[in-house]
Design a protein around this ligand. Sequence first.
Ligand code: VNL
Length: 193
Amino acid sequence: MSLRYALLALLTSQPLTGYDVFKQFEQSVGYVWHAPDSQIYPELRRMEKDGLLRGVEEAWGKKGKKKRYHITPEGVEAFRAWINTTLDYTRERDPVHLKAAYLEWAEPEAARTQMQAHIAYHSSRAQQWQEMIAALEDRSNPILATRLEAAPEADRAKIAGYKIFTYEGMIERANAEIHWARHGLELIDKLES
Ligand code: VNL
């Protein structure tokens, strides 16, 4: 269900064709809500059927047609209702922490490799999020730039500011995971010697 709100969020910036939704999703909200394109296209069609989007056919090349999705007033309303409702939390389901609890079953080398993979993954994500923060701060992210052009001057600082705030939180979380996995490596050394 959340994919729907991620797509509505993106489409509050401008009307987009299915293909552009896919491309722009990857450069914006997809950093915090990952979804494969195999989910995006059918969800756009369902959202159109549900009246949240209006698909407008446009000529494309000589004979082709493509559909551009515009958010409808119902879509804006649904997005507002969602953003103003406190989320229900789902209980955790984290495979690495599940594994960590039973590392006494692991080969020490396999346990170390898992911790190193954890560090590598979260370091790489933190790096990408840091780059996104830079692109939001200097307004070079194209989706943000489009959104800001259409927005009143008075709203621009908060439009960018909340997005930066989001990535700061993601980076802090990644850094906590890296810290934990480093501690894990020390613990493995201590317990498996
Ligand atoms: C937007 C642009 C959103 C860049 C982003 O992440 C982003 C946007 C939530 O304007 O919708 O990284």
